[in-house]
Write a protein that binds this ligand. Structure first.
Ligand code: HEC
Length: 221
């Protein structure tokens, strides 16, 4: 203990010398975030970026990719190649973000409209069959009527993938026997559903010839 007491002045001097007495860069004029400033005419200390500044990774050179517009109208093509991978991604994103309201096949029979929200129109009506593909991108980007926009939740590439998938849905729901390759059975037997699904969950397919089983089965009273 006595040796510690002898050391104390030395420790104190060390602390002062290294931390307490260095003032060089610590004391200088600066503005607190969002504070007022008398220096600039607009009274703000925070400055806007110089006009034309582009943050790294934010260059939006391909305007069509980000807007879906050709001039003032909607374009009718995808800004990249539509592959099976793109459509698979589109279906996945559609089922997550759109199906709860629009239904898995885009007929407007999602789960949420059963709880009071206005039922969205089916994608299979004449008017929406005829709109250019860029229109779907625009609705997702800017919203439509009471439907909010999804630009902050869904990045542009995924919005395009969803637009492509909506076109695939329209094709599938409007298909005729002429679209079926020769030798294919038409109509293919429809699966029997145990539960209609909610739009947010996949319908459970009843195994053929078997009684419904599992959680949804009513308990005998
Ligand atoms: C919360 C429910 C909801 C979700 C989720 C939703 N929509 Fe909608 N959507 C609506 C409603 C409601 C309307 C009709 C809006 C109106 O007429 O005011 C609509 C309308 C539309 C229309 C038709 C516009 C027209 O010209 O009539 C399109 C296309 C569309 N939505 C695409 C999408 C896509 C793509 C997604 C997924 C990214 C999506 N919606 C997600 C509720 C939703």
């Amino acid at each position: 203990m006595s040796s510690l007491r002898k050391l104390f002045p030395a420790v104190l001097a060390l602390v002062c010398g290294t931390a307490g007495c260095r003032i060089d860069m610590h004391v200088q004029p600066y503005n607190r975030t969002m504070s007022k400033s008398d220096f600039f005419a607009d009274g703000r200390s925070a400055r806007l970026p110089v006009e034309g500044t582009v943050a790294r990774g934010d260059l939006r050179e391909d305007a069509y990719f980000y807007t879906g517009k050709v001039g003032a109208g909607d374009g009718d093509y995808l800004p990249f190649e539509v592959t099976e991978k793109v459509l698979t991604r589109g279906r996945e994103r559609f089922d997550i973000f759109c199906a709860p309201c629009h239904g898995r096949v885009g007929d407007g029979n999602g789960f949420i409209p059963t709880r009071g929200l206005r039922r969205p129109p089916s994608y299979h009506i004449e008017r929406l069959r005829k709109v250019p593909t860029g229109y779907f991108f625009d609705v997702m980007t800017n919203g439509f009527g009471i439907m909010p926009d999804y630009s902050s939740q869904i990045p542009p590439r995924d919005r395009w993938a969803i637009a492509a998938y909506i076109r695939a849905l329209q094709l599938s729901q409007g298909a005729t026997s002429a679209d079926i390759p020769a030798g294919q059975k038409v109509p293919s037997p429809a699966p029997e559903f145990r539960d209609i699904g909610t739009g947010a969950s996949l319908p459970e397919v009843k195994p053929p010839g078997k009684e419904a089983s599992g959680e949804n089965k009513e308990e005998p009273k």
